[in-house]
Design a protein around this ligand. Structure first.
Ligand SMILES: CCCCCCCCCCCC/C=C/CC(=O)SCCNC(=O)CCNC(=O)[C@H](O)C(C)(C)COP(=O)(O)OP(=O)(O)OC[C@H]1O[C@@H](n2cnc3c(N)ncnc32)[C@H](O)[C@@H]1OP(=O)(O)O
Length: 284
């Protein structure tokens, strides 16, 4: 009797989360001891702009989660309005050459780590996800998003050619025609539009609900052999990964040439200024 009561208490005990990372990082990892699923949170204030350090921490966290044999990875943000603002434009404006090189290499590494991740991956998009933010969301296998946000690759709107990994992500998620049009037009979709075209799988009303949906998605693999699941995923992605490896060095040089171009620098300066001006206007 005592034993069964004890057992039932154990069964009903709330799930416990373990933190795996130190507080000095720009990412945090919480592993739910009950589900074995790791939540990886972007935590660079104010808008999770992807700089060298955040990308470095993301890479380390993904590896940590894989090494610790978690059952799945959920990517989210600590900011309640912005999932990620994409690449930190300050890293590209009047750049330090070595840092700019490192920035792109680290971005490529993050994409590669998530695209080829052995675990099921899901994104709880709890805010705006432009450009690099959209890259992080669409590299995952499943997405849920909060209402009244926007997501998309706005690169061409900024005069930037979207790198090939943006194309791979979109082609995995959208019909080819829609992927091509949205990338070449630099379209940003509202949450509702994103749901309509299949860019996100579901819309939820809170971050908690987003994390629950992501957990449920990862749970759909509970009865599938992990090795078979992982190899099936690799099979689908192998050709993209091969093409990426062939083009990665050229992609890096294109990025560096592009951001060092005087016209690009001028455009970036104007764009950064317009973002700051927006804040000044809001304050009036
Ligand atoms: C064969 C191979 C070919 C390969 C070719 C390769 C070619 C390579 C080309 C190069 C590719 C470069 C790729 C770039 C991808 C990117 O990710 S670029 C980044 C794009 N991001 C954006 O455009 C986002 C812009 N920001 C916003 O829309 C908004 O800020 C927001 C919706 C994210 C958040 O809005 P809100 O909460 O209202 O905050 P704000 O007041 O707007 O911003 C606060 C603060 O942050 C600054 N800021 C915003 N975004 C960025 C950013 N991405 N980087 C740096 N800083 C940013 C903003 O100015 C405010 O600053 P102050 O507080 O005023 O100083």
């Amino acid at each position: 009797m005592m034993r069964s009561k004890f057992l039932s208490l154990l069964i009903r005990a709330p799930s416990v989360c373990r933190s795996m990372s130190t507080a000095t990082k720009l990412t945090t990892i919480d592993v739910n001891d009950k589900t074995g699923i790791a939540t990886l949170t972007l935590n660079r204030s104010p808008i999770n702009a992807l700089n060298v350090e955040l990308l470095q921490d993301l890479n380390e966290s993904i590896k940590e989660i894989e090494d610790n044999k978690s059952r799945g990875l959920i990517l989210t943000s600590s900011n309640d309005k912005v999932f990620s603002a994409g690449l930190d434009l300050n890293e590209m404006y009047r750049p330090d050459k070595d840092r700019a090189r490192l920035l792109w290499i680290k971005l490529q590494d993050v994409w590669l780590a998530l695209y080829s991740c052995d675990l099921p991956t899901a994104a709880a998009i709890n805010g705006y996800a432009p450009a690099g933010g959209c890259l992080l969301a669409t590299v995952c296998e499943y997405r849920v998003m909060l209402p009244k946000c926007r997501i998309g690759f706005n690169e061409t709107q900024l005069g930037i050619v979207p790198p090939i990994f943006c194309m791979f992500n979109f082609l995995n998620v959208l019909p080819r025609r829609v992927a091509e049009r949205s990338l070449s037009q630099g379209q940003m979709f509202t949450t509702e539009q994103a749901l309509q075209i299949g860019l996100v799988d579901d819309v939820v009303s809170s971050k908690g609900e987003a994390l629950d949906k992501c957990t449920k998605f990862i749970d759909t693999f509970a009865k599938v052999n992990p090795l078979a699941r992982s190899l099936a995923k690799q099979q689908f992605r192998a050709a993209d990964l091969q093409r990426f490896q062939t083009e990665r060095a050229k992609d890096l040089e294109s990025f560096l040439a592009f951001i060092n171009h005087p016209q690009m620098q001028e455009g970036l300066g104007i764009y950064l200024n317009s973002l700051k001006k927006k804040q000044q206007l809001n304050a009036v």
